[in-house]
Design a protein around this ligand. Structure first.
Ligand SMILES: [Zn+2]
Length: 380
């Protein structure tokens, strides 16, 4: 992918960077949509308030120009989103053809600018990774987006652009790791015929988008671990250590793109997994330590309390900041001000208001199904 950078390149080598934009200070989705909640703006507020962000490690992205979007997305689809956003209207035919302007993927004001800013952010993150550093872009992770249609709250597919940028920078073996609760179907499909791009997705079985159901890796290095409900930290850690790490040892990627959705956390209203944020942090930290060229993206996450704390803390972990035992009153106040139509007030735990980390889980037995999944992945 040859392209002109929409933003100026970063020259530092190894210090982790946080990529964001002022556009995320407002929510894009409105009304009853599961994403009409505080996410990226609040993550940034938390990191700033904790003194974890400054001019040295913070970068913004501008919207990616259309000729860049066309490198993965169909021209007519990109143009249709731009037009609909401009006019505020969408015809039934366009809605049907491109699957947006629906309840799932609504048309909202500023959609085109927002979605293309996210693409540029992941390109920027990958350019930093090419220089040997970790880049965190929590607004990224739109892993369901297709070349010619919206899917699962995703219009464009920024992880695909991160991977294309790494390839364009001269790398030839990339691993895409998706620990969002849902199957990373859009990214897997984008590279389905490319054994040089390994994709690995852990996701809850029998859940939308109902793909990635086959445990193991196919001949093109498309690997899936559909897991039963209630996956807990001990099982997650087991899958990372007994399946993912051995696979990566064999594949020897030159860089990683990680989608760290926060919807596999306990308390998320759109999935039934049961992880603590500490399990996600330690997995991403382990991966980024071993593979220095790493892009870390966000993804799903529909409980504002668990999502914001997870991603703010993830940045602290990636940037080697000391984790506070309790949150400063101002951030507790922010958390107290959150609301969600999908989470009952009485289900909001005290720890979601007062600390960044979830309380550690007791070690629990690994279910036989999990051991079997790991064995199948290792046996490829
Ligand atoms: Zn998800």
């Amino acid at each position: 992918m040859q392209h002109e950078m929409p933003t100026k390149p970063h020259t530092s080598t190894s210090a982790p960077i946080f990529v964001s934009s002022d556009i995320y200070k407002r929510t894009g989705f409105q009304g009853l949509h599961p994403l009409a909640i505080s996410r990226i703006g609040a993550v940034e507020q938390f990191c700033r308030h904790l003194g974890w962000l400054g001019p040295d490690n913070y970068m913004t992205s501008s919207p990616a120009p259309k000729d860049i979007l066309y490198r993965f997305h169909n021209r007519d689809y990109v143009d249709a989103i731009e037009q609909a956003d401009k006019s505020g209207k969408i015809s039934a035919e366009t809605r049907e053809r491109y699957n947006f302007g629906t309840m799932e993927n609504p048309l909202f004001k500023g959609l085109f600018k927002r979605a293309s800013t996210t693409i540029a952010g992941s390109i920027r993150a990958a350019e930093h990774a090419l220089q040997g550093g970790i880049a965190f872009h929590p607004a990224g992770g739109t892993h369901h987006g297709r070349p010619d249609r919206a899917s699962g709250f995703c219009y464009f597919n920024d992880p695909v652009f991160a991977i294309l940028t790494l390839l364009n920078g001269g790398l030839s073996r990339i691993a895409y790791i998706d620990i969002d609760a849902h199957h990373g179907d859009g990214v897997e499909a984008a590279f389905t015929d490319r054994p040089d791009i390994l994709t690995f997705s852990i996701h809850e079985e029998k859940r939308w988008p109902h793909s990635g159901t086959q445990t193991g890796c196919n001949k093109n290095n498309k690997c899936n671990a559909p897991v039963p409900r209630g996956l807990h930290d001990s099982e997650f850690n087991y899958l990372i250590d007994q399946a993912l790490m051995p696979l990566l040892d064999k594949f020897k990627p030159e860089a990683l793109v990680i989608v760290c959705g926060a919807d596999a956390l306990a308390g998320d209203p759109l999935s039934a997994m049961n992880l603590s944020n500490q399990a996600l942090w330690s997995a991403v930290k382990k991966l980024s330590k071993q593979y220095s060229k790493t892009v870390v993206l966000g993804g799903g996450g529909y409980n504002p309390w668990t999502t914001v704390r997870c991603w703010a803390g993830l940045w602290g972990v990636l940037a080697d900041k000391p984790m506070p035992k309790t949150l400063p009153p101002k951030l507790t106040q922010t958390l107290q001000g959150f609301s969600s139509d999908l989470v009952d007030e009485e289900d909001v735990l005290e720890e979601w208001l007062t600390q960044l980390h979830d309380n550690p889980q007791q070690s629990q037995p690994i279910r036989p199904q999990i051991k079997q999944i790991a064995a199948q992945l290792r046996a490829r």
